[in-house]
Design a protein around this ligand. Structure first.
Ligand code: G3P
Ligand code: MG
Length: 252
């Protein structure tokens, strides 16, 4: 560490490099890798026939040419949708990815995959088990962290496989949340970033071995501030920006 900046803070591409390509698509994930991201964050849901698919909203309306809830589509039906042209004509033909495609993409690299289980308000029965089984199929237990705003999903993950890392997402200004994180056996807290501008949070997490991966940090001033605070990871729509700031400020 030099100049007060840690150089090992992981830069995690939020929904892929989603400032540059349609969120949660393969092109967005590939762009994140090109930009030298250390990790990728994505959002997982389950189709009517039990396939794990990658999309942010419960409905497909905002990011595809279809309409309706993911839970009401079969995998085959959802794969027919165009998940790219809403963002730009050049992305026409991008599909809602299956989770397995993303595992396939990064399995031979050191990229961290943050799988956010979107298990509320739609509850997908068994999504934790299915996700963990797929991770195990690829032998990627060490490369994954599962996060969720539904912390019951996180305790279920730990019940199934205590070796899988979990991160508790939250948006409020919680007091001493590291105590809660330990209570639910979470390895990390994933707070909305501006809750982090409280020195005792950094100290409390550090002293209790809880990782801090704030989201979604796009402004250069906040990226620098969080690097200075020595967080473990920064979740951002602009991984290129964050990598550049980290590497130019913290290098030798
Ligand atoms: O995982 C960080 C962030 O993705 C949580 O919020 O709504 O962007 O999925 P959201
Ligand atoms: Mg997310």
């Amino acid at each position: 560490m030099e100049g007060g900046i840690v150089i090992n803070t992981l830069i995690i591409a939020h929904r892929g490099a989603s400032a540059y390509a349609p969120e949660n698509t393969m092109v967005s994930f590939m762009k994140a890798l090109e930009m030298k991201s250390d990790g990728i964050e994505l959002d997982a849901h389950m189709t009517k026939d039990g396939a794990l698919v990658v999309c942010h909203d419960e409905r497909v309306d905002r990011t595809t040419n279809g309409k309706g809830f993911i839970k009401d589509f079969t995998l085959e039906e959802i794969r027919e949708l165009d998940a790219g042209s809403w963002f730009g004509e050049e992305f026409r033909g991008e599909k809602i990815p299956e989770l397995r495609e993303v595992l396939e993409l990064i399995k031979d690299s050191n990229i961290l995959l943050n799988i956010e289980l979107k298990n509320a308000p739609i509850l997908y029965a068994g999504i934790e088990k299915k996700t963990i089984e797929m991770i195990a199929d690829y032998g990627m237990e060490e490369k994954v962290i599962i996060s969720s705003f539904n912390h019951y999903s996180l305790t279920e993950v730990k019940r199934i496989n205590s070796q899988i890392k979990t991160g508790a997402l939250y948006m409020a200004g919680l007091v001493e949340p590291w105590i809660y994180a330990k209570r639910i056996n979470a390895d990390a807290l994933h707070p909305l970033f501006y809750n982090l501008l409280v020195p005792e949070l950094i100290k409390g997490c550090f002293e209790n071995g809880i990782m801090l991966n704030p989201f979604t940090v796009d402004d250069e001033r906040y990226i620098s501030a969080l690097l200075n605070l020595e967080v473990n990871g920064i979740i951002t729509n602009y991984p290129d920006r964050a990598v550049k700031i980290r590497d130019n400020t913290g290098g030798n």
